[in-house]
Ligand binder design. Structure first.
Ligand code: B12
Ligand code: SF4
Length: 532
């Protein structure tokens, strides 16, 4: 009997940019009694059906974009006699779909760190429950990933989560609804221990897989002070203090380490925070710019962002403090007009963002936009075959439209074509060459240029492009380039690197125990053991 964890994907490139963290966290959550799980990341290579044997347990993670492929894998696994368990954001939001379309035996909703162990034990006993409520566990319960199971030559960046949840409420985003608005923060020592493990095996590029690395703004603190809300102020101050402690520890790690995270633009007002980021080697951050006009920002409930000249200044501030920005922009908002595309790319160039992504408006389940759209469609649903458009992820990718919600003035094709032109313009060789001046050496400059093209190309292969010839060419090109790029990210392993010696009085660490026996009905309670 073996356990397999599968990250489904229609696009396999042989090399991937970022490790899918859930795979290595669930590996840590797998009861020791069943041995090490087999990890299959289909963004590298697709699963080999013959590897699944009767009685095996197959855990599949689905987000909306890969749900259809996930269900295919689940049906295959069940037909081979395996137990099939789904988890991940999409399965959390649509558990019934995993049963109907993916032949599930069980679905874990929410966090899997604790619930997965129970599901495995129940499958072993031949009696899985249908639904496991994983809920939102506290930051202190997040399991460290099993990096010892990571294939060494496949990924460019590893991913480590430091915080989960976001206090904002953007209309296109599900994070605040599924992961909550209360930031769940991991203790800095646990984050650092994991990073040390990764540096030991030769990873120096780490994506901090956080929803929002800056959960407490200066405005939040000021408001709590003005309202004389002592409890709130203490809570916010403690969260902020923990962020600084983390950054202080990151700053002590080998100087060749590079971190990247996701953050709101508000951090641009907080020079102290940005300086701490720079010292901590957090060299870049994805900033959700979304729209460059006040109307656009209002449409997505993101009025806390700046527009116009103030926006350019705010983004430049990151750069001045040594933090590069990957600007993320959305096209297809109801307020967008043909002129918006040019204005956006002009702003991206003017604001000096180092990378940019231009995504097309997609109503993801669990978001305010999705609920609004579903309501509008209820009376007279648009169908594609027998699939309502509001279940677009069930439409085969070859015929799935690129946009789902009609725009008041532009057709989907127009938006797609204009978006593609914006990508082409931002990532033309000349612009990339100019931006590559931010790197210290010629080698780094060349690497920067390849990476920029790879980023654009991977997107063209899987995102906006509808032309299958272009998609195929993109994929072949991306596969080759990804392999070359990975070598640039590789570092010499440092097996001698030690974690800091932590203060014995900091909170103890929760670790998963060995499960007692195969007929255990309840997941054993987590034991508290001192670490180091
Ligand atoms: C880091 C991140 C990225 C990174 C890295 C992705 C990677 N390779 O790992 C980057 C920036 C590249 C990225 C890209 C995208 N992302 Co993203 N990303 C995240 C983020 C912030 C954290 C993911 C993470 O690593 N979490 C840490 C792990 C441990 O948590 P987890 O994955 O949730 O897994 C836990 C549980 O869900 C559960 N679980 C998960 N799988 C399984 C399976 C089983 C069997 C079980 C039992 C349990 C279980 O247990 C785990 C441990 O508790 C999430 C937000 C979030 N809070 O989830 C968005 C998120 C997943 N991304 C999202 C989106 C939309 C995207 C993009 C489409 C954005 C875009 N427009 O291009 C792309 C798609 C990329 C792709 N093809 O996968 C959405 C997905 C929405 C949806 N309904 O599908 C999310 C939820 C954010 C949002 N705005 O709503 N992303
Ligand atoms: S888009 Fe970013 S800022 Fe807005 S709710 Fe989601 S994680 Fe938070």
């Amino acid at each position: 009997m073996g356990v397999h964890l599968v990250n489904p994907s229609d696009n396999s490139f042989g090399t991937a940019v970022i490790t899918p963290r859930w795979l290595f966290v669930l590996a840590a959550a797998t009861p020791q009694i069943v041995g090490d799980p087999v990890l299959v990341d289909e963004s590298l290579e697709q699963i080999v059906p013959e590897s699944i044997l009767p009685g095996d347990i197959v855990g599949i993670s689905v987000h909306t974009g890969n749900a259809l492929r996930g269900y295919e894998v689940g049906r295959m696994a069940r037909s081979r006699g395996a137990w099939v368990v789904y988890g991940g954001i999409h399965a959390t939001l649509f558990p019934e779909e995993a049963f109907e379309r993916g032949d599930a035996h069980a679905v874990v909703k929410g966090d899997g760190d604790i619930a997965w162990g129970k599901a495995v034990i129940d499958c072993l006993a031949g009696k899985p429950e249908k639904i496991y409520e994983g809920g939102r566990i506290d930051g202190s319960q997040f399991l460290p990933a099993r990096w010892d199971l990571l294939p060494r030559d496949k990924y460019m960046w590893a991913s480590v989560q430091t915080i989960r949840g976001c206090p904002k409420h953007c209309s296109f985003c599900s994070v605040w609804r599924t992961d909550g608005q209360h930031p769940r923060q991991r203790q800095h020592r646990r984050v650092v221990d994991e990073i040390v493990d990764l540096r030991r095996i030769g990873f120096r590029f780490i994506a901090l897989a956080d929803d929002n690395f800056y959960p407490v703004t200066l405005t939040d603190l000021r408001l709590a002070r003005e309202q004389n809300n002592v409890a709130k102020l203490e809570e916010l101050t403690a969260i902020r203090k923990e962020r600084f402690q983390l950054m202080e520890e990151l700053a002590k790690l080998p100087k060749d380490m590079v971190f990247f995270t996701q953050i709101t633009m508000e951090a641009g007002e907080d020079g102290e925070f940005l300086d701490a980021m720079r010292k901590a080697n957090i060299k870049g951050a994805l900033v959700g710019v979304e729209a460059v006009t006040p109307e656009g920002l209002k449409a997505v409930f993101k009025d806390f962002n700046y527009s116009g000249e103030a926006l350019a200044n705010q983004l430049q501030t990151f750069r001045k403090h040594g933090v590069h920005v990957l600007g993320s922009f959305i096209f297809g908002l109801p307020t967008d007009r043909p002129a918006t595309f040019d204005a956006t790319v002009a702003m991206a160039l003017k604001a000096g963002v180092t990378f940019a992504q231009f995504v097309m408006m997609t109503p993801f389940p669990g978001t305010v936009d999705f609920m609004r759209w579903e309501k509008e469609q209820a009376a007279n649903p648009t169908l594609m075959g027998d699939v309502p458009i509001t279940r677009y992820w069930l439409i085969p990718t070859s015929v799935r439209p690129k946009m789902f919600t009609p725009h008041p003035t532009m057709s989907s094709d127009e938006i797609r074509e204009r978006t593609q032109k914006v990508w082409d313009r931002f990532y033309n060789w000349r612009s990339i060459w100019q931006r590559s001046a931010c790197t210290p050496t010629l080698r780094a400059r060349i690497a920067f240029m390849f990476l920029s093209k790879l980023y654009r190309q991977m997107y063209a292969g899987t995102g906006i492009s509808t032309d299958s010839a272009r998609r195929k060419k993109s994929k072949t090109w991306a596969r080759w380039t990804a392999k070359q790029c990975r070598k640039l990210f590789q570092a010499k392993p440092m097996p001698e690197l030690q974690s800091p010696t932590w203060d014995a009085f900091t909170a103890p660490i929760l670790q998963q125990p060995a499960f007692a026996g195969s007929n255990t009905q309840e997941a054993a309670p987590f034991v508290v053991i001192p670490k180091r």
